[in-house]
Design a protein around this ligand. Structure first.
Ligand SMILES: Cc1cc2nc3c(=O)[nH]c(=O)nc-3n(C[C@H](O)[C@H](O)[C@H](O)COP(=O)(O)OP(=O)(O)OC[C@H]3O[C@@H](n4cnc5c(N)ncnc54)[C@H](O)[C@@H]3O)c2cc1C
Length: 410
């Protein structure tokens, strides 16, 4: 079986693939999204759409419809607790016109299906149940993909191919665009609670030793995510739910909720992380979302990256299809903009990861962040909420004043 003559073929119907399909369909392009799963499907995630991602949904013109359909929980900010039990709470804050800037708490199963539905409404076609395993070439250009749908082999040809196939992207691998194997040897376990909640509005992050635990109240439930080091992963064996329960029991505040509401049967496991790419394009192909390079789930910025990279990719693909002679220039511009926008964000994520993985440093940072009326904490939240440039946090003077006030208060 084969499909031919599609203008843009997108592999993967997560937020990156759906947003790109939507944007290109709106520009009048013929789009086919191929997806290995049947939707709705769950995806390991903390289920937080940060305020920067909500702003991207506004720009895509779908935030209102999604809000109406999903009735997401309000995410006003985070409560962070260090290994020594001290903590701070900070909100994302207010926008220029004084309105509060909130994120959404919504289960990925529902969010991804609703966003994909918007892409279909605007004309993108979707083929479920097709697992892509290779890219097809014509000379040095990518010209389509090969996959399996049930027991049938399928080939789909297109003028442009997009890898929106997530953390372990087949398109990225087959194009040889991975820079190196993953280095962040962390494993995440994600479960859901059947009910919720005492403190809606603020998500929680708890750090104990080298383990972290996130909790977010969702409409009619809750998300619990525990991240462990890869050395411990062997102990998960074939019983991820038992492992997650045991791990959660060491975080008393979250465990109280688990005991009250119960953990759903299915628990998802994923990792390791830190998968950079040499560049997010090849002649005839482009990578978006996690496939274009992903660092660490701790700060919850993946959906923003998926949506923002989709918008940048839509401009590049549209320009390349309108004027094939311009393709290389458009792809290079895309690569440059991705580096400029996401390089500093990864830099900040690295600094945060370095602190979180050292319990003593993390405790000192949290103590410092609760000082000076939370100036540093608010800036940190705005940067990781994709509302402000990371440079606003990586400011030596800010940290000097913050740590000096901690010492002074002792
Ligand atoms: C534990 C954890 C917690 C996280 N928490 C948050 C959070 O709270 N907030 C946040 O913003 N980000 C979070 N992230 C990151 C976020 O989940 C991702 O960045 C985001 O899902 C990326 O979207 P995507 O569309 O690029 O990829 P995905 O959402 O992974 O979608 C990829 C799609 O491609 C399909 N696919 C894959 N391979 C193939 C193939 N070979 N053929 C066909 N289809 C294929 C998959 O089935 C999937 O539907 C978290 C990540 C992890 C691991």
């Amino acid at each position: 079986m084969s499909v031919s003559g599609v203008e843009v073929l997108i592999v993967g119907a997560g937020p990156a693939g759906a947003a790109l399909g939507l944007e290109l369909a709106r520009r009048g392009r013929d789009v086919l999204i191929v997806e290995r799963a049947q939707f709705p499907r769950d995806k390991p995630c903390g289920d937080c759409v940060n305020p920067g991602a909500v702003a991207e949904l506004e720009r895509l013109g779908v935030a209102g419809r999604l809000r109406e359909r999903l009735a997401p929980g309000q995410l006003r900010g985070w409560h962070v607790e260090a290994p020594d039990g001290r903590g701070f709470r900070a909100a994302f804050g207010e926008g220029d016109e004084g309105h509060t800037l909130d994120g959404w708490a919504v289960r990925r199963r529902d969010f991804d299906a609703a966003l994909l539905e918007e892409a279909r409404r605007l004309g993108a076609r979707v083929c479920f149940g097709m697992r892509v395993y290779d890219v097809l070439r014509a000379g040095e250009r990518v010209a389509g993909v090969a996959g399996r749908q049930g027991t049938a082999s399928r080939e789909a040809r297109a003028r442009f191919v997009v890898g929106a196939d997530g953390l372990r992207s087949v398109v990225q691998r087959r194009l040889g665009l991975a820079r190196r194997p993953p280095r962040l040897r962390k494993i995440a376990l994600v479960g859901h609670l059947a009910g919720s909640d005492r403190d809606p509005g603020f998500g929680e992050l708890h750090v104990r030793g080298r383990r972290t635990c996130g909790y977010v109240a969702l409409p009619g439930g809750g998300n619990v995510t525990v991240v462990i080091s890869q050395d411990e992963a062997r102990a998960i064996g074939g019983a991820p739910r038992d492992f997650l329960s045991e791990a959660l029991s060491r975080f008393p505040r979250v465990w109280a909720r688990v005991s009250e509401c119960g953990l759903e049967q299915d628990v998802m496991v994923t990792g390791p992380f830190d998968r950079p790419v040499r560049r997010p394009w090849s002649p005839g192909a482009i990578l978006v979302g996690d496939a274009a390079g992903y660092y660490d789930p701790f700060t919850g910025q993946g959906i923003y990256q998926a949506l923002r990279s989709a918008r940048l990719a839509a401009e590049a693909i549209d320009a390349a299809l309108s004027d094939p002679g311009e393709e290389r220039g458009a792809l290079r511009r895309y690569g440059r903009r991705m580096r400029i926008e996401f390089g500093p964000k990864r830099g900040l994520q690295r600094v945060i990861e370095a602190a979180v993985s050292r319990p003593g440093v993390m405790s000192r940072c949290v103590a410092a962040l609760s000082q000076r009326e939370g100036v540093a904490a608010r800036r940190l939240l705005r940067a990781t909420g994709d509302l402000a440039h990371p440079a606003t946090v990586l400011d030596p003077q800010l940290w000097l004043l913050t740590f000096l006030s901690t010492t002074h208060d002792r």
